[in-house]
Design a protein around this ligand. Structure first.
Ligand code: KG4
Ligand code: ZN
Length: 332
């Protein structure tokens, strides 16, 4: 079976992975510069790309070693070619290009969002059609998918992405960056019914989180005016109520679309899909509505190269890959 080395450097992570076929992950190495960004409350592109320059060689070597492969064993190199930070993408792309040339194997450019979308099928069989939900730091998108390369966007966020909403709310609550894991953690001790943050959903399948964020901001400001400093319990209640509002909105939008579709199969990926409350509610709701659910396994939710290599493997199998990666697609 074909073996693909994947490289992912679209944001702060440096990832390398070897996948056999399309779904057998032989290695998946991720180095993150997150700790260096945390003091600034967000990703600093210059810090990210410099850290990637420093770590990419070691990360790729480790992925090859863990997969017990030599250069000759690799059939293709795949790399994220867009969406992402331009400096970061260039690090991965330049490295992958050099490997492709040196090893005389095809270089396959992968779209980051498409990789998140298909991550739900790593280690399981891919079948079409399906409804897809991608929830990441930069995107919240609903797709109807009929084949590889046939992903029709039917709904997306009109303001913040789901991950961005978590990050902003964590900042308001003084929980630091990144917000998703911090909110999930503290929400475990909170009551999700303590505050009502409703999402005033827009038409059709579009998604908006700014109303929830604004409601939480005003509530937090009012509570501070009344009590001064917020207690740990109040912060936990605010976090749990916020998380529940976001989760319920995502679950109902995704399930409604999947139920309408003839496949009744829902695939979910992206960094926010790591969230246990979201995973749990998706499992409950899809079971109740008779929808089959494929959740990206946790190691493949946050940015990783296994999803890049796996999608490239599927493209190779379907003979649908383009070998030339153009710099102008970096921004797309
Ligand atoms: O997919 P990803 O790794 O990067 C992008 O493509 O953007 O997603 C990162 C986002 C961040 O906004 C982070 O706060 C969020 O995923 N995230 C979470 C959790 N872990 C990471 N959101 C909610 N719950 C989590 N446990
Ligand atoms: Zn991502």
């Amino acid at each position: 079976m074909l073996k693909v080395l994947g490289i992912e450097t679209s944001c702060d992570e440096t990832g390398a992975s070897v996948v056999r076929g399309a779904g057998e992950v032989l290695s998946n190495v991720v180095a993150s510069s997150l700790a260096q960004h945390a003091p600034y409350g967000g990703i600093i592109p210059e810090i990210a790309s410099r850290a990637q320059m420093e770590s990419i060689c070691a990360v790729v070597c480790q992925a090859m070693e863990e997969a017990h492969l030599k250069a000759d064993d690799v059939d293709a190199v795949a790399v994220t070619q867009g969406r992402g930070l331009i400096g970061s993408l260039l690090v991965g792309l330049s490295f992958a290009r050099a490997l492709g040339l040196a090893w005389r194997v095809p270089l396959i450019g992968i779209n980051h969002l498409q990789a998140h979308l298909y991550a739900a099928f790593i280690e399981s069989e891919l079948s079409f059609p399906f409804t897809g939900l991608v929830v990441s730091g930069g995107h919240t998108s609903l797709y109807e998918v009929t084949g590889i390369g046939h992903e029709r966007l039917v709904g997306s966020t009109r303001d913040d992405a789901a991950g961005e909403a978590f990050d902003k709310v964590a900042k308001i609550l003084g929980l630091g960056y990144p917000g998703g894991p911090a909110i999930e953690e503290i929400a475990r001790n909170g009551s999700r019914g303590a505050f009502q943050f409703r999402c005033h959903c827009g038409p059709a399948h579009d998604i908006t989180f700014s109303c929830i964020n604004t409601a939480l901001l005003y509530k937090t400001q009012n509570l501070k005016k009344m009590y001064g400093v917020l207690s740990r319990q109040t912060i936990a209640d605010l976090a749990a109520s916020f998380q529940s509002a976001v989760v319920e909105d995502l679950v109902s939008k995704a399930c409604r679309l999947a139920q309408k579709s003839h496949s009744r199969l829902l695939a979910v990926g992206g960094g926010v899909a790591f969230n246990s409350a979201l995973r749990c509610r998706l499992e409950e709701e899809t079971r109740r509505r008779g929808i089959e659910l494929r959740l990206a396994p946790k190691p493949y939710c946050l940015d990783n190269a296994a999803m890049v290599a796996s999608l490239a493997g599927r493209l190779l199998q379907a003979k649908k890959y383009k070998t030339s990666v153009h710099m102008d697609t970096l921004l797309g």
